[in-house]
Design a protein around this ligand. Structure first.
Ligand SMILES: [Zn+2]
Length: 739
């Protein structure tokens, strides 16, 4: 801070002028001649940083009109570079490109102002105007009489910049401490801010302010925005994603420094930093990114980690590790307190909320809260079909956590001896998320399994990753005005997703679509969706009969569980409706035998059936780390054996086959896999096949005919996806041979 009076009389009168005028622009007319006199220089510009746009604006008056010069904070101009590096600079020949590039590879002098004004810039002194460590603007002095600028000019310049910085602060509403604005807003006191400042760690300070002092995160963000004079960006995963060139930056480096490069839907990059005044860090990021145009914004440390894909950091309920720290994880000493821990204790409430939020963010399908005898409770989640350990809850808190979940799902907390079923809902990013809850008493205590119901709309049919043959055939099948189409596979093979993708394709205003589901997981506007409830006697067969009286075009029957439903479905399809349904069978040809075994009439069924799609989900390789390699002899032998030697040539693989394998990186939790894709086996009811169904031929005969008609098995489709690079050979091995 500039405490003592400035030494020279010139600077003293400068400070007097600054005090006299409330507004910097008003003072500028008086200031300019004084400053130019101090340097014996020809021209100056005073750039002000605009908080909401990452650029500098110099406003100067020519006659009556105020002109603006805008430059981005980047090496594209001298002033922009000084703003970015926050270091003063003397350039004694701006036309010497070599001198410029020795300072920064991409540093340029913008010659267009010289050209426009027929003025020749010979030397520049450029100084950042700072306040409380935050860059507020840039002062640029041009052309010193006689010689270039020297060290003494630099010192004078720094003194003037300091005075201006103080002035800028009041003008722009900047603050001295990053959290001062919270005091101004009446959300906390100066004592609290002084106290938390001792933590000397932004992440810890923010965490303390949100958890202990209950200050909303967005208010903290606003305070940081006012202080750093850059916009605040919340954690908005629907709006922002990781900018692609992030990959050039080391993830642990980004995490350590709390910086993430994010982009909006138009790929406009923003460097999101917890401390945007860290010029050295910004310079490193800038040179790694190698782009000129990006915004700078301030974010909360936990949000930044979430953008970087960290799983244990989070917003809302607080950081999992911190909640557990707060609870204290030293198991034994807390063991005695187990009865005293209340289910409405703030830490328990936040812990359960944290678990639910983490599950949704990880895109988990199920959460398992597993009690262990004499050990901490394990919290595991099923992500992409595989259960993983997520964290632990101290045994002392087990009962409170279970009770909290039971209260949220309106279950009886006193009843701990029999299983109970319920439902709960919570909000995440403003979207409601529904969860089915099942409690099961075990010898180690009460366990809970929660199923997170898929929310949102249907997947577009093009995203199903169908082979071109399957895509064409499905389109042809579902365009038929009547008939029955079946999607088959075990639980968790993605049948519901597929049916809704098909319905999404068919869902036009000229079609009346009824669905009976148990439960309704995906909703689509335009569909009439009904939740069946066998417990009260409202079965799939009842729903189907009701639909037939309700003028349908297309009917979805969640599952053909029994003969009655299967019969009703076939009847409906024979009377001019398109019916979609599912069965728990393993392959398409096997489905036919299963239905005939249920007692369906072979002639009716084969007339009604348009197609059967069998499917499974397999894990896909992580796009960030999958590793290409040249297939060796064993790989090729495997592919040939699994695809079938007689079909292998149709893959047209050529000599050198490139496959991919799992590696593991930060983006995929070191598993090498991310997400899942369907593999499909699509049987089409041709006349030849129909003849075999009439005769109730053996499954093997029907399969041979279907293959002849162009069907490829689940395994063959999986091999197709290995060759495409979607997945690897081990995933085909898990799927197992189809014979
Ligand atoms: Zn990866």
């Amino acid at each position: 801070m500039f405490d003592s009076l400035p030494s020279s009389p010139l600077l003293q009168s400068l400070q007097a002028q600054l005090k006299e005028y409330p507004n910097l622009m008003a003072a500028y007319e008086k200031l300019e001649p004084l400053i130019l006199q101090a340097f014996d220089a020809a021209r100056m510009s005073l750039f002000q940083k605009r908080a909401q746009q990452q650029d500098l604006v110099a406003r100067f008056k020519t006659g009556q009109e105020t002109k603006e010069i805008k430059v981005p904070i980047s090496p594209a101009s001298i002033a922009g570079y000084v703003a970015m590096s926050q270091q003063p600079l003397i350039i004694n020949d701006p036309y010497d490109d070599e001198q410029l590039s020795s300072i920064h590879q991409r540093l340029r002098f913008d010659k267009k102002f010289d050209r426009a004004s027929q003025f020749k810039t010979e030397c520049i002194l450029c100084i950042p105007v700072m306040n409380a460590g935050v860059m507020m603007g840039v002062m640029q002095i041009i052309n010193k009489n006689g010689a270039g600028f020297d060290q003494k000019d630099l010192e004078t310049g720094m003194q003037i910049a300091e005075m201006l910085g103080d002035k800028f602060r009041y003008e722009l509403g900047g603050t001295k401490n990053p959290f001062d604005y919270l005091v101004l807003r009446g959300l906390t006191t100066e004592n609290v801010i002084e106290d938390v400042a001792k933590l000397n760690n932004t992440r810890a300070i923010v965490s303390k302010l949100t958890t202990e002092f209950r200050i909303p995160e967005n208010e903290i963000g606003n305070a940081l925005s006012v202080h750093y004079q850059v916009p605040f960006i919340d954690y908005l995963p629907d709006t922002y994603h990781m900018y692609q060139s992030n990959s050039r930056l080391n993830l642990s480096y980004l995490k350590r420094n709390f910086v993430a490069v994010i982009a909006d839907a138009h790929e406009n990059a923003t460097v999101l930093m917890a401390e945007p005044n860290n010029a050295a860090l910004l310079m490193e990021i800038e040179s790694a990114l190698g782009i000129d145009s990006y915004e700078i914004a301030v974010g909360l440390p936990t949000h930044i980690l979430k953008y970087l894909g960290e799983t244990s950091a989070g917003s809302g309920p607080g950081d999992m590790d911190e909640i557990l720290d707060e609870i204290g994880t030293s198991g034994e000493e807390l063991e005695d307190q187990s009865d005293e821990m209340a289910e409405d204790a703030p830490a328990v409430v936040r812990l359960v909320s944290r678990i639910l939020h983490d599950a949704k963010r990880l895109n988990a399908s199920d959460i398992h809260i597993d009690p262990e005898k004499g050990a901490p409770t394990r919290v595991r989640m099923r992500v992409d079909g595989v259960v993983r350990d997520i964290n632990q809850v101290p045994a002392s808190h087990h009962n409170a956590v279970i009770a909290r979940i039971k209260i949220m799902s309106s279950l009886n907390i006193a009843e701990k001896r029999i299983p109970q079923d319920g439902k709960l809902a919570f909000k995440m990013s403003g979207q409601p998320v529904e969860v089915r809850v099942a409690t099961i008493p075990t010898v180690a205590g009460e366990g809970v399994v929660m199923r997170i119901l898929a929310t949102g709309g249907a997947m577009p049919i093009e995203k199903m990753n169908l082979s071109p043959r399957n895509m064409n055939m499905i389109e042809a099948m579902i365009k038929k005005p009547h008939g029955i189409m079946l999607v088959v596979g075990p639980t968790g093979s993605g049948k519901t997703t597929t049916l809704h993708a098909i319905l999404g394709y068919l869902n036009t205003p000229d079609k009346k679509i009824w669905t009976a589901e148990d439960p309704v997981e995906i909703t689509q506007p335009g569909l009439q969706q009904v939740q069946v409830s066998p417990k009260i006697g409202f079965t799939f067969a009842n729903a189907l009969r009701a639909f037939l009286r309700a003028d349908p075009d297309i009917i979805l029957i969640g599952e053909m569980r029994d003969k009655e439903t299967a019969h009703a479905g076939i009847e409906a399809s024979l009377t001019g409706h398109l019916v979609l349904s599912t069965l728990h069978t393993n392959s398409a040809p096997e489905t036919i035998t299963r239905l005939l075994d249920l007692g369906l009439d072979p002639v009716n069924f084969s007339d009604a059936c348009v197609g059967i799609l069998a499917q499974r989900l397999i894990r896909t390789l992580c796009g960030s780390c999958r590793e290409p390699y040249q297939a060796n002899e064993d790989d090729i032998a495997f592919l040939k054996r699994q695809y079938g030697a007689e079909y292998f040539d149709e893959l047209e693989l050529g000599e050198n086959i490139t496959l991919h394998r799992a590696k593991g990186c930060d983006n995929c939790g070191d598993t090498g896999y991310k997400g899942r894709t369907g593999v499909h086996e699509l049987l089409s009811m041709t006349n030849e096949l129909r003849a075999l169904v009439y005769k109730e031929a053996a499954v093997s005969k029907m399969k041979a005919q279907a293959m002849n008609d162009g069907m490829r098995t689940l395994t063959q489709d999986a091999i197709l996806k290995v060759v495409k690079g979607d997945t690897d050979i081990p995933q085909v091995q898990i799927l197992g041979g189809s014979d």
